[in-house]
Design a protein around this ligand. Structure first.
Ligand code: KDG
Length: 338
């Protein structure tokens, strides 16, 4: 009897030490070297977000998590970076959601024109249950959608004429992001869409391959499009998000304590970045005018006509998405507008 109890005591000791080791392992922060890529310049709020994320990871890990950030599509264009994340050769990216739609199809519902009226409404939807469901759509694609950041409301630039009404868009060759909903929406507005990676856009504008493009003001300013574009017309036709994404191959190697550091740093980066992007955006029109761009505001009645012209896009593409999620998405937008 004594022998059995001694053996049990020894076994209990082994189990207890093993459990303690596992617990420590689960909490131990190890050395990690990571890379984050993005397409814009370091002076764009996207670059500041990348830098802030790196600082937070280092601070929360006691200096163990070293993030190197790479601007100007150095690690590849949007689609190439998505592949690098899936392959595990790059750990993070900050990109617009639109170039993901070939991989995370349901991001495409974020590209419908004129569905968000303001940033507050967008924050409420993207930071709520619907946003979490959209981010979860990355997991079976080898990606981890951490948080939505902000690109902003997109407006149209071109070299031919100010755009004050839908008719002014007729026949313009407009570059769009590589997203079927964006392509179709610009087409239904009356322009000829040319899908191109952001890394090719400045040259396409400079050479006249396209007449114009559409982007939020901070990108137009940071990318110095005023050097190759005359007119900036405020259409606010779509609220576009960036998304901070991790490689799932890399993420799955982290223990719970390390994953919590990344999640917490992502959420703090989101708050920092949205505030900064909105501060920059508030001063941005004046900056474009200082760069000699001619800026015009499209009148609400004409924006309503543009909205009416693009209504058919949801009929055409809505069936491509998770129907329950699309229903929740539209309901959340409606609830957030009240
Ligand atoms: O990192 C920014 C890129 O994702 C860029 O593609 C976003 O607004 C964008 C565009 O027009 O391509």
């Amino acid at each position: 009897m004594k022998k059995i109890s001694a053996k049990c005591a020894k076994l209990a000791l082994i189990v207890a030490s093993l459990t303690a080791c596992i617990a420590v392992g689960a909490q131990e922060i190890r050395e990690h070297k990571m890379k984050l890529g993005y397409a814009l310049k370091e002076d764009h709020p996207q670059g500041f977000a990348a830098q802030k994320f790196a600082e937070l990871l280092a601070q929360k890990s006691g200096g163990k998590m070293h993030l190197q950030t790479f601007a100007n599509s150095t690690l590849g264009d949007d689609k190439q970076m998505i592949g690098a994340l899936q392959g595990g050769v790059q750990e993070f990216s900050i990109q617009a959601t639109s170039p993901f739609v070939g991989t995370v199809r349901d991001y495409g519902m974020l590209d419908f024109f004129f569905i968000f009226s303001n940033e507050k409404q967008a924050d409420a939807v993207l930071d709520g249950p619907v946003g979490q469901k959209l981010l979860a759509k990355n997991l079976d694609k080898g990606l981890v959608g951490l948080v939505f950041l902000e690109n902003g409301f997109r407006n149209i630039t071109n070299n031919k004429r100010p755009i004050s009404r839908p008719e002014d868009i007729q026949g313009l060759k407009i570059r769009v992001m590589q997203s079927p909903v964006m392509i179709e929406s610009i087409q239904q507005l009356g322009a000829n869409p040319t899908p191109l990676a952001f890394s090719e856009l400045y040259t396409a504008l400079e050479t006249g391959t396209v007449d114009g493009e559409e982007n939020p003001c901070p990108i137009v300013e940071s990318a110095k499009f005023a050097e190759v574009q005359k007119f900036y017309s405020v259409t606010n036709h779509v609220y576009n998000s960036f998304v901070l994404t991790a490689s799932k191959k890399w993420w799955d190697k982290l223990n719970p304590a390390e994953q919590k550091i990344v999640t917490d740093a992502s959420l703090e980066t989101r708050a920092y970045h949205r505030k900064l992007n909105r501060e920059v955006n508030a001063k941005c029109i004046a900056a474009l005018q200082a760069q000699k761009m001619q800026v015009n505001q499209v009148a609400p009645a004409e924006m309503s006509r543009m909205r009416d012209k693009t209504k058919g896009v949801m009929d055409k593409f809505g069936k491509d998405f998770d129907q329950a999620l699309l229903k929740d998405f539209l309901a959340a937008i409606d609830a957030a507008s009240k």
